[in-house]
Design a protein around this ligand. Structure first.
Ligand SMILES: Nc1ncnc2c1ncn2[C@@H]1O[C@H](COP(=O)(O)OP(=O)(O)OP(=O)(O)O)[C@@H](O)[C@H]1O
Length: 226
């Protein structure tokens, strides 16, 4: 049996004596999208923060390629982190406002030892082209791009980490409706070409059902429908 990319088992997240996530289990296979919906305050962000190891799980397991991230020593966790990349709602918020797009896409390549001398700049241009951006836009600062272009640049930066799983936290809801389909189609194309797994938080029921292989509905920290 193949090991799922992500296997979340009986996840519990608490804040003080409040239980925010109460025994949530699901899997995401490579190349598959799992949608997460639910009203505000139902535990969607707390769940993905625990998957990203930004929040400590009080109980349960977060198995990524079979290894429990909650139990990994920090040094090993650091090696796994680049494989799980978040894409957030605010396209400008995920980039540094004062650094050129090119440098921000290059940074993960340098950090993770994939900046081959002489090939780095062409790799950045390739990543920008992969997300549908003219590589010349690499010279710009985030505020010189549209929201849609900026979200694409954020996705290029995530791809520079050679991820296997993207955590898409409302990735199109802050965008002008006319730009949303372009980003959704880009994500679908990238999923196919890179066999990426997606955990896709989305309030829009029509969209989440359109793009997801499975949908989890959360309510008060529990899955009410799978
Ligand atoms: N740091 C915190 N301190 C106290 N309560 C928190 C904290 N983080 C989250 N909560 C509470 O936990 C519950 C779940 O919040 P969470 O952000 O996970 O929900 P959500 O489904 O992502 O909501 P939204 O759609 O509004 O982002 C909410 O009642 C929230 O108020």
């Amino acid at each position: 049996m193949t090991v799922p990319l992500l296997d979340v088992r009986d996840l519990v997240v608490r804040h003080g004596d409040r239980t925010l996530v109460d025994g949530v289990s699901f899997t995401v296979a490579a190349g598959e999208t799992v949608g997460v919906t639910g009203p505000s305050g139902s535990g969607k962000s707390s769940t993905v923060q625990a998957v990203l190891q930004l929040r400590r799980a009080a109980a349960g397991q977060v198995l990524f390629e079979g290894r429990d991230l909650c139990a990994l020593p920090e040094a090993e966790l650091r090696a796994v982190r680049p494989r799980i990349q978040p894409v957030f709602q605010d396209p400008y918020g995920s980039l540094s406002p004062r650094r050129r797009i090119r440098d921000q896409v290059a940074e993960p390549l340098r950090l993770h030892g994939r900046w081959a001398k002489g090939e780095g700049p062409s790799r950045v241009a390739e990543l920008l082209a992969q997300v549908g951006l003219d590589p010349a836009l690499g010279d710009r600062l985030p505020h010189e791009l549209s929201g849609g272009q900026c979200q694409r640049a954020g996705i290029a930066r995530a791809l520079a980490c050679a991820p296997k799983l993207l955590i898409l936290d409302e990735p199109v809801s802050a965008l002008d409706p006319s730009l949303r389909a372009g980003i959704v189609n880009l994500l679908l194309d990238l999923q196919e070409s890179h066999r990426l797994g997606y955990l896709f938080i989305c309030h829009d029921h029509t969209l989440v059902r359109h793009v997801s292989h499975h949908v989890l509905a959360l309510n008060e920290g529990r899955i009410t429908e799978a």
